[in-house]
Design a protein around this ligand. Structure first.
Ligand code: UDP
Ligand code: MG
Length: 331
């Protein structure tokens, strides 16, 4: 081992020793009334456990004074770190920032509106210790409007479970616990935080769920309306594609393209024989248009597959992202 490698090794092991056991990540957007109680509740829940913890609140461009309050709270609570966004980006970027700045071995996420109960955090962590990479909360007794929230959510959960193959009851529950190394492997875009269990599953994670408490919103109001349902469906398609074809776009597009081209070619040959062999008129036949459309579509799908292959290589190689994930190496 070279000298620099040795000092590197020491540096990392020292950093490792200082890492908290758990980072609690909370996205905050206009939750000024809830904030003080939230921090209290997290501290009350974690102090008795003797775990070394940090609380990371990501202020997502609040306009109600949450930002200043967070700054003040961070002075009184040494465990609290506040990350303040310049403007409102959305819950997913807020969570992604929390993940990036979290230093803990494990990460727990929850909402900043006190709908999740911080008292559940140690229970989730205990479950994680049983050997899982992700524990998903399940709001068995959810306190939200039945028609506009519970029903769409029920349908969405069934759909997501069907399509992703991850049998979790409550994707929308923000209260989750993760092993930090798992989160480091995942990139979040759009509103994909709802699909973290599915993304984790793609990365080969061991996933489980457990019932958690849920309370009605006491202060402020929900940041989402019914429009969310459509975005969930669109995101679901992205996830489905990622799960099936991320490393082999040519197999998807190429095969469709090939079938289409072959069909078009076959029909074209048939029409050619009619024209040249039997001297029939083919200029006014719908079949001719169909054959040409098939040929062109085929070529396009095929090229799309090729482009996909190029993009996929850039995706993996530009960030040194291997196409496999290792759980551990035993020697
Ligand atoms: N949130 C955020 N940025 C946004 C919208 C929401 O950081 O643009 C936070 C919000 O402060 C809360 C969590 O995300 O802590 C969940 O939001 P909300 O409670 O409105 O969602 P619901 O519980 O109604 O699904
Ligand atoms: Mg809420």
């Amino acid at each position: 081992m070279s000298a620099s490698a040795v000092s590197n090794f020491n540096a990392t092991s020292m950093e490792d020793a200082l890492r908290p056991d758990v980072s609690v990540v909370v996205p905050i957007y206009n939750e000024v009334e809830s904030l003080p109680r939230l921090i209290e509740a997290i501290e009350t829940s974690l102090q008795p456990t003797s775990l070394h913890y940090e609380i990371i609140c990501v202020d997502d461009g609040s306009q109600d004074g949450s930002t200043d309050l967070l700054k003040r709270l961070a002075q009184d609570h040494t465990a609290l770190r506040a990350i303040l966004f310049r403007r409102n980006y959305g819950q997913t970027p807020a969570m992604a920032a929390g993940f990036n700045y979290a230093r803990g071995w494990t990460i727990v996420t929850l909402d900043g509106d006190l709908q999740n109960d911080p008292a559940d955090i140690p229970l989730l962590l205990a479950k994680l210790e049983e050997g899982y990479d992700l524990v998903n909360g399940w709001r068995k007794n959810r306190q939200d409007a039945a028609l506009t929230r519970l029903l769409p959510s029920k349908i969405a959960n069934l759909l997501i479970a069907q399509i992703t193959g991850v049998q979790v009851h409550d994707y929308g529950c923000s209260l989750k616990a993760y092993r930090a190394e798992l989160v480091a492997d995942m990139n979040l875009y759009g509103e994909l935080h709802r699909f973290l269990p599915a993304l984790a599953f793609i990365e080969g994670a061991r996933i489980t769920e457990m019932p958690v408490r849920h309370h009605a919103r006491q202060f402020g109001q929900s940041k989402y309306g019914l429009g969310r349902t459509f975005r969930v469906v669109l995101d679901l398609m992205t996830i489905y594609f990622m799960k099936r074809f991320l490393t082999r776009p040519m197999h998807v597009f190429g095969s469709v393209g090939l079938v289409s081209m072959l069909l078009g070619f076959g029909l074209g040959m048939y029409l050619t024989i009619l024209k040249l062999g039997l001297g029939q008129q083919i200029g006014d036949r719908p079949l001719l248009i169909f054959a040409i459309t098939l040929l062109l579509t085929g070529v396009q799908f095929f090229s799309l597959g090729l482009l996909g292959e190029l993009l996929m290589r850039t995706y993996h190689e530009s960030q040194n992202r291997p196409i496999y994930r290792i759980r551990e190496i035993v020697e």
